[in-house]
Design a protein around this ligand. Structure first.
Ligand code: PEP
Ligand code: MG
Length: 364
């Protein structure tokens, strides 16, 4: 991508002086983080940690963790810890001095499992784990869900399989301590996905805190970190006042919040939504531009309820809407968010949209 120089660079500096909200980026690798910083991001608003698990040598470790014996799972956790620690350290280095928000594992576990249609992969996986192919198929089938997006994912996974988030928390904090030793100002924020009840957040926060205490005691040193949550289930929005008692920051997962508020599947947007746009039922695709009348009202209500309890609560959005100019205007001027977070390549557009929102405010 072209580097921003000359007149455009000067213009973007003016844009940054004018805008009142921060623009962060969604980045999962050190390379993405570098790109985000080059494009002027004020930090990372969402690192989808599960994306670090999809490389071939890593996914086989995840399968070993999910399907293997206790010993195999222990061994897999050690390897996954090492992979993650290296990646997080690289991200902290790129983001020296800026916040890095790392979300704990979110997708349903079956996304990591071999497909029942891929005979070769099934055979390799069965051999690695010491099963017959039929035994493996049975295990995979037992984990299948009819509605995985409404199933065992996000913090539900963290609650039922705490060893995974313990490993992730250790990787984040050990990476932060290593980076600090190397002279980097690492600022980790740990984010819990798919919370709907404050009890879910409390459970995960307690696990994270106890791992942090262990890591700090082992190393004889510590670092600052925050624990916050995604707000992406309508129930979390409705109970934001309870969650704000416990969470240090909120980040709207506007993709899931849109899906669950409308009841439209975010994975099937091509099915009937284009027709709904033609028929005048929808004015805009709600997965692109925030629906200010419904989802937007939930967002405003959450901000109000959260800040009533904790006036300085940091609240942002890290769904795709964070890079859509009309949505950015809503988040900045109507919802009162502190930041938006979007893909690295959309950061300059979001910076500009945030400045336009400020200019509009000044005019008013
Ligand atoms: C969201 O739901 O808006 C979000 C950012 O999380 P993901 O897209 O990974 O579900
Ligand atoms: Mg989500």
């Amino acid at each position: 991508p072209p580097t921003i120089t000359g007149t455009l660079k000067n213009f973007m500096e003016w844009v940054d002086d004018v805008r009142e909200i921060d623009v962060l980026a969604n980045a999962d690798t050190p390379a993405d983080a570098k790109e985000a910083r080059k494009n002027g991001a004020n930090g990372i608003g969402l690192c989808r940690s599960e994306h670090m698990f999809f490389k071939p040598e890593r996914i086989s470790k995840v399968r070993q963790l999910i399907l293997g014996s206790n010993e195999q799972a222990e061994e897999a956790l050690k390897d996954l810890l090492k992979f993650q620690r290296e990646d997080y350290e690289g991200i902290f280095k790129e983001m020296d001095g800026l916040p890095v928000t790392i979300r704990l594992l979110d997708p349903p576990l079956h996304e990591f499992l071999p497909s029942l249609k891929e005979e070769n992969i099934l055979a390799d996986c069965a051999e690695q784990l010491g099963f017959t192919v039929d035994e493996l198929k049975e295990k995979v089938e037992a984990m299948e869900e009819v509605n995985p997006m409404l199933g065992l994912r996000g913090c539900r996974l963290g609650i039922t399989r705490p060893s995974i988030i313990k490993m992730q928390t250790r990787a984040i904090l050990e990476a932060a301590l290593n980076a600090i030793d190397a002279g980097i100002d690492a600022k980790p924020d740990i984010m819990v996905p798919l919370v709907g009840k404050v009890e879910e957040f409390r459970n995960q926060r307690d696990v994270i805190k106890s791992v942090a205490d262990t890591v700090f005691a082992e190393q004889g040193k510590s670092c600052d970190y925050k624990i916050g949550t995604m707000i992406e289930i309508p129930r979390a929005a409705l109970t934001a006042h309870e969650i704000a008692e416990e969470a240090e920051f909120f980040s709207f997962g506007s993709n899931d919040l849109t899906q669950m508020t409308f009841g439209y599947s975010r994975d099937d947007v091509g099915s009937f939504l284009p027709d709904y746009l033609n028929k005048g039922i929808l004015q805009d695709d709600p997965f692109v531009t925030i629906d200010t009348e419904g989802v937007g009202q939930l967002i405003k209500m959450t901000v109000e309820r959260g800040r009533n309890v904790r006036p300085d609560l940091k609240i942002g959005v890290c769904g795709e809407h964070g890079g859509d100019p009309r949505s950015v205007r809503f988040f900045a001027n109507e919802a009162g968010l502190s930041y938006v977070s979007c893909s690295p390549f959309r950061v300059p557009i979001a910076r500009l949209a945030a400045a336009q929102a400020s200019v509009e405010n000044m005019k008013e």
